[in-house]
Design a protein around this ligand. Structure first.
Ligand code: NAP
Length: 282
């Protein structure tokens, strides 16, 4: 006798929920993998207004959805609606990946930190997290995932600065004594001796001003990475490269953070390679 739940007998559907959602590259990314591995499944953008979030989340499993990615503005609010929240999602305070389990429970995880580290390891395999302090510029949602993953990777001193200082202080109070807060006006000093430097603000994005922090203290050989990926080569990365740093752009983080969800929903660990990068950039 078939005791599979109703939804799992059908072609699995996953999607990305956000408001607005038209800009999301996730459907291209997952669509590429589904096609490439010949998997019968669908991945679709689902526009969900904030006031509809709870209702839509409860309905999705009954509609055949096996899970979803979550983007702005729902990444924080889904935590209160999930039945199971992973420790790292709770620590970061946001989820980007949901799994609708056969028992009806909604499982919420955050794979942004995993994507961040996997991207660095893919492009700079010689990177050593505890070679020297790490410096994170920004203290928004993405920065919290970066901080969590750097500390988990073994960074022993994590320096952070943010225009709105209180958000950086909040990270220090939640993530502990390895975190050292620098004032925004002294952000350039934070780079002195740092071996890993991350732009986790939205500055440098198309249509936004470039990051204005002085980068004179960046030493050759430092790993510099940006979360912004439009453009791929941000002014921060350009200057870091000119100073002899090893640079890693932000697109790979987007690609890698998607892999655990795809594996859970569609049953195959997908590859993150140049073919995928080209598909997403096109
Ligand atoms: P967020 O929560 O809105 O945080 C934005 C951050 O940027 C805050 O630290 C904010 O400082 C800072 N900021 C914005 N405008 C600024 C300005 N004019 N001057 C100084 N600081 C400014 O956004 P988020 O979700 O953390 O995302 C941050 C960036 O990462 C975005 O560009 C996003 O697209 C990118 N991202 C990339 C990936 C990826 O996979 N590559 C994943 C997630 C996010 P205040 O606190 O002072 O406002």
């Amino acid at each position: 006798m078939d005791d599979q739940p109703q939804a799992s007998r059908h072609v699995p559907i996953a999607g990305v929920i956000g408001w607005p959602i038209a800009h999301s590259r996730s459907p291209i990314l997952h669509g590429h993998w589904l096609k490439r591995y010949g998997i019968a499944g669908h991945y679709i953008p689902v526009p969900v207004a904030p006031e509809d979030l709870a209702e839509v989340l409860r309905a999705m499993p009954r509609m055949g959805f096996v899970g979803a990615n979550v983007t702005i503005p729902h990444k924080e609010s889904v935590l209160a609606l999930a039945d199971v929240v992973t420790d790292r999602a709770a620590l970061i305070g946001a989820a980007n990946t949901l799994i609708f389990r056969p028992d009806g429970k909604i499982h919420a995880d955050n794979t942004d930190g995993y994507g961040f580290i996997a991207n660095i390891r893919q492009h700079q395999p010689d990177w050593v997290p505890d070679l020297g302090p790490a410096a994170v510029i920004g203290a928004g949602g993405a920065a919290r995932a970066v901080v969590a993953s750097l500390l988990e990777s073994g960074v022993t001193e994590l320096r952070i600065t943010n225009r709105t200082r209180i958000r950086a202080e909040q990270i220090r109070s939640e993530f502990g004594a390895k975190v050292v807060v620098y004032d925004w006006a002294e952000a350039g000093n934070m780079l002195d001796g740092a071996m890993t430097v991350v732009n986790a603000t939205s500055m440098g994005m198309e249509g936004k001003p470039a990051l204005r922090i002085p980068l004179d203290a960046l030493a050759p050989g430092t790993l510099a990475t940006d979360l912004v990926y439009t453009p791929l080569m941000t002014p921060f990365l350009e200057e870091a490269q000119a100073r002899g740093c090893h640079i890693v752009d932000g697109l790979g983080m987007l690609l890698h953070q998607a892999a655990p969800g795809f594996e859970r929903w569609f049953g195959r660990r997908p590859e993150v390679d140049d073919e995928l990068r080209r598909a997403v950039l096109a």
